[in-house]
Design a protein around this ligand. Structure first.
Ligand SMILES: [Mg+2]
Length: 243
């Protein structure tokens, strides 16, 4: 049995939601808040919300945008967590409903390389070879039916784990509500903690990745890690639905 760890990016690895900060900055606070309202009221899908944001930004100065996203802070103990996973040979993936553009930049700015990342794909295409760029967005991990997320964390988790594996998940927000239902070991804080309490999903409260490492170390020292029954049943439901 292998333990596989899936980690949210915005608000989990970073201190704040960089996706929201990015769109608020380049779309404008009021216009972006209106897009978010439409999304939350389910008048538009997550993909439509992203596309609207991209259209509203129109063109972006790469140098300026890189400077902005690179200034976003991460949890200082995230590197400890990374070292721990590597030392213990634990498979680890970042799963995000944000944009790979800023995830790549922020990790690079913190000297972090060689991490597996699943996120929506934003490409900056230079206009006439200058810093001003056109934007193009793609959703390589979209689910065919679900409109709630543009990048389906549940599908990524299930395609990267087998029957024998144990799934751990670390998150804090809205796009983590779906995947935690399928995870055996859940680390939750903020809004995700409230959700887990309401839905009766057992979880470990964490504040930083140091807490996650300490808890994992205790769990791994146990002879036998257990699957969470409700999560196992949810996973089975998905596999039964597949043709
Ligand atoms: Mg998040």
């Amino acid at each position: 049995m292998a333990l596989k760890i899936f980690v949210d990016f915005d608000g989990t690895i970073t201190k704040r939601d960089v996706g929201n900060a990015f769109f608020r900055k380049y779309v404008g606070q009021a216009a972006y808040d209106e897009m978010l309202r439409e999304y939350k009221d389910e008048r538009i899908s997550a993909q439509e919300c992203f596309r609207k944001g991209i259209v509203a930004i129109a063109t972006l100065n790469r140098d300026e945008a890189v400077t902005f996203v690179r200034s976003q802070e991460i949890d200082p103990s995230f590197k400890e967590f990374l070292d721990y996973c590597r030392k213990k040979d634990l498979e680890f993936h970042i799963v995000s409903d944000g944009l790979d553009f800023y995830i790549d930049e922020i990790l690079a700015a913190n000297g972090i390389a060689g991490v597996s990342i699943f996120a929506n794909n934003l490409r900056l295409i230079p206009v006439d070879g200058r810093a001003e760029c056109d934007l193009q967005i793609d959703f390589p991990y979209a689910d065919a039916e679900c409109r709630r997320c543009a990048s389906c964390k549940r599908n990524i988790m299930l395609t990267h784990s087998g029957d024998e594996d144990l799934i751990a998940y670390v998150g804090e927000g809205y796009s983590d509500q779906c995947p935690v239902q399928y995870a055996d070991i859940v680390f939750a804080k903020d809004a995700l903690q409230t959700y887990c309490q309401r839905e009766n999903i057992s979880y470990y409260l964490y504040d930083s990745f140091r807490d996650v490492v300490e808890r994992l170390d205790v769990l791994l020292a146990k002879k036998r890690l257990r699957k969470r029954l409700a999560a196992e049943m949810k996973r089975k439901e998905i596999f039964m639905r597949e043709p």
